[in-house]
Design a protein around this ligand. Structure first.
Ligand SMILES: Nc1ncnc2c1ncn2[C@@H]1O[C@H](COP(=O)(O)OP(=O)(O)OP(=O)(O)O)[C@@H](O)[C@H]1O
Length: 319
């Protein structure tokens, strides 16, 4: 299988999903572009639409409106090149660990790397003969990640992958994911509620709130676009700047803003941490979103004819 490099691993345009004809929108008017090779954090409150976005990207459900392009093609055609680990890590409980990995090999002919999957399982000291039903939640997560990584995907979609792992396992598996991204240029998209944990490993952010994208872009650029300021409440005037959050305590005004030009020298301004940036936007859902402009060219649809849908795509259980 050959394909020309695609500039975007994921691209959503006015993407929306509602469950049932009269159901509420789980995701709406969602537009963003994720360049290939990035490690992207998807954050947002419970029910924000993070899992829905990943399910749409994995091609397991169809959008109600708009569209999503995965590795330059439609999600169903990209499935053989995508690893997806769902939040509840579905696996076959009656299979052993070794049988599960063999199933991964059977479902991914031509692009299965047994040594990668086996190394992930071995690092958790899992008995290959143990049945999945006998494993703890964290151990199942490890097997699900082994399946996804063994597939040597170009894009990994991980829904809260670290949620039930102990701190050591988190550290070790995050290291494995980062090594995979660095060595093979794998794009990783992972949802998480632990923002502080993402700061060192992720370079791109998607903040979803109320079913919409609130922040999207490179983390460095998003941080650079904001400032934490403190100034005299009597004289400071925030007019003209985009105010995400502001608070007055006594004579002191503190705010998180998106400056529109140079700030007065007497203001104290520091860049926010990723956690401060995310929390300020979550606390203030009315704050103006910051997402990249849509470029004029749409150069991500560059697949060659030999990248047709792979009919050997995996089952939901072993995706
Ligand atoms: N299969 C479904 N049928 C009906 N409603 C659904 C379905 N899946 C999700 N929803 C609804 O869509 C909205 C977004 O849910 P989603 O699971 O995408 O949020 P999330 O950001 O992943 O939340 P969490 O952080 O709690 O995992 C919620 O209101 C949820 O109830």
């Amino acid at each position: 299988m050959t394909s020309r490099p695609t500039p975007y691993a994921l691209r959503a345009t006015a993407l929306g999903k509602r469950f049932g004809r009269r159901g509420a929108w789980a995701l709406r008017d969602c537009s963003f572009r994720l360049p290939a090779g990035r490690v992207c954090a998807v954050v947002g409150p419970n029910g924000a639409g993070k899992s829905t976005l990943l399910v749409l990207a994995a091609g397991l459900t169809a959008p109600s409106e708009g569209d999503v392009t995965v590795l330059g093609t439609d999600p169903a055609s990209a499935r053989a090149r995508v690893g997806y680990v769902a939040q509840d890590k579905p696996l076959y409980p009656q299979l052993t660990v070794a049988e599960t990995l063999r199933l991964g090999a059977d479902l991914n002919p031509g692009h299965w790397e047994p040594s990668v999957a086996e190394a992930v399982v071995r690092a958790g000291e899992l008995d290959p003969g143990a049945r999945i039903r006998s494993l703890s939640g964290g151990q199942r997560t490890r097997v699900a990640l082994a399946l996804a990584l063994g597939k040597r995907p170009e894009l990994l979609l991980l829904d809260e992958p670290m949620a039930d792992l102990d701190p050591l396992a988190r550290h070790e598996l995050m290291g494995t994911l980062m090594a995979q991204a660095a060595q093979y240029g794998t794009t990783i998209v992972m949802s998480s509620h632990v923002v502080a944990e993402l700061e060192d490993s992720c370079d791109h952010l998607l903040l979803v709130g109320g079913g919409r994208v609130r922040l999207a872009g490179e983390i460095d650029e998003l941080i650079e676009a904001h400032a934490r300021v403190s100034a005299s409440a009597e004289t400071a005037d925030l007019t003209g700047h985009t105010v995400v959050e502001s608070r007055t305590t006594g004579r002191q005004l503190t705010a998180l803003i998106r400056p529109d030009g140079p700030l007065p020298a007497e203001w104290r301004a520091t860049p926010p941490t990723l956690e401060e940036l995310v929390l300020a936007h979550l606390r203030n859902p009315q704050a103006a979103p910051l997402t990249p402009e849509e470029p004029a060219d749409r150069t991500d649809t560059t697949m060659t004819a030999d990248t047709e849908a792979d009919t050997n795509s995996d089952t939901e259980a072993a995706a």
